[in-house]
Design a binder for this molecule. Structure first.
Ligand code: 5GP
Length: 191
């Protein structure tokens, strides 16, 4: 998605060799007009797939997922990082290691909001090692819902998550795929 790539080139900053900061338009301050274009592009790619639920993970996926959901006319569920135990079996639960913080969180979705008969599109801001996406896919499979695929805003394609998930047959659509990046040279895209 050219508009997104231009914005990353203009306003993204590389930290170390593997973290891209996009705080000015995606992760802290949010450019809602850009999110609208992102949502339209996800619809273009997943239109006709029968999506009736969008699933993301708190916190930074929520804004993008909500704007995208307006184009799919469906609700958004965000998986919560939670300390609550699943005593009564009322939640699906999985563990996700955070790329940015390194810690492992229990991540939950209520069984009230996802189940057999649902067709789920997962939306997230970044794909790096794939832990967040794998956790969300695990929640979908526990629920018995069907997965349409995953819509990712920025994939760092030099990290292994995207390739591993595609090799498992998951449809992963990324709007900007980064081939390499460094503080000195900035960001290079795949195409
Ligand atoms: P993964 O689980 O695929 O390793 O990492 C994905 C999650 O980590 C995303 O939900 C995102 O919040 C965060 N993340 C991974 N890489 C980056 C990055 O380069 N920049 C930012 N801002 N977040 C990242």
């Amino acid at each position: 998605m050219e508009l997104l790539k231009q914005r990353i080139r203009k306003d993204g900053t590389v930290k170390g060799n593997d973290v891209l900061k996009v705080d000015s338009f995606l992760n802290h301050q949010m450019d809602v007009a850009l999110f609208e274009e992102i949502g339209k592009e996800f619809l273009r790619r997943f239109d006709g797939c029968g999506v009736n639920k969008i699933l993301t993970i708190e916190a930074s996926g929520i804004g993008i997922a909500c704007v995208t959901a307006q184009f799919f006319h469906c609700p958004v569920i965000f998986a919560k990082k939670s300390k609550t135990k699943n005593i009564a079996g009322e939640v699906y639960t999985t563990k996700v290691r955070s790329f940015t913080h390194g810690n492992v969180s229990d991540v939950i979705v209520s069984t009230r909001f996802l189940g057999p008969g649902d067709k789920v599109l997962i939306i997230d801001d970044f794909l790096a090692n794939g832990a967040a996406l794998e956790g969300l896919i695990d929640l979908v499979s526990q629920s018995g819902a069907e997965l349409a695929g995953a819509g990712i805003v920025i994939e760092k394609a030099f990290q292994p998550g995207g390739d591993r998930l595609r090799a498992k047959g998951i449809r992963v659509e990324s709007l900007a795929r980064i081939k390499s990046m460094s503080e000195e040279t900035g960001v290079e895209f795949m195409d």
